[in-house]
Write a protein that binds this ligand. Structure first.
Ligand code: THU
Length: 160
């Protein structure tokens, strides 16, 4: 007999009054680095800022390629760089901002599937949740407390 398997996920919306000082700093870092994105093909500029448990903060942007699949998203760029340099320190939260080059308002952005799987990988590696925060056009942050909220039924065990 068929049965249904359901998983409940939830996101929260944080208005600026609810942001921590770190959230503010990371959002500014993401906005700044976003302006330097290399996105000549999509004109979609993305910035991502990452906080490590040791307090260090990193930021990166999307880097495109004439062979489109070769391009790298901002999230994967910052995660690779930060954890490559600090393999001992857990990533705690990542803040993502995006904008169409010609637009004066921020775009609605959530990480692509590859980036979700990458965030999942670092949750596994460090056995620790990574909070994912996405700036919305209305100025609020959309918040996932961990990657499961964005990637339910994810692949995370070779031996299951
Ligand atoms: N992109 C990111 O860098 N992060 C996201 O979360 C969404 C998409 C990039 C990939 C590509 O360079 C451009 O945005 C358009 O998809």
């Amino acid at each position: 007999m068929r049965k249904k398997i359901e998983m409940k996920v939830a996101l929260e919306v944080y208005p600026p009054q609810e942001w921590s000082e770190e959230d503010r700093v990371l959002t500014e870092m993401a906005k700044n680095i976003m302006q330097q994105a290399y996105a000549p093909y999509s004109d979609f500029l993305v910035g991502a800022a990452l906080l490590l448990e040791n307090g260090e903060k990193f930021a990166a942007n999307n880097q495109e390629n004439v062979s489109f699949p070769v391009g790298v998203c901002a999230e994967r760029a910052v995660l690779s760089y930060a954890t490559g340099n600090h393999p001992e320190s857990r990533p705690v939260k990542i803040i993502i901002v995006a904008k169409k080059r010609a637009s004066d308002r921020y775009a609605t952005v959530t990480p692509c599937g590859l980036c979700r799987q990458t965030i999942n990988e670092y949750e596994l590696k460090f056995d620790n949740a990574i909070q994912v925060m996405m700036l919305r056009p209305d100025g609020n942050l959309l918040v996932a407390k961990n990657i499961e909220q964005l990637l339910p039924f994810r692949f995370n065990d070779l031996n299951a």
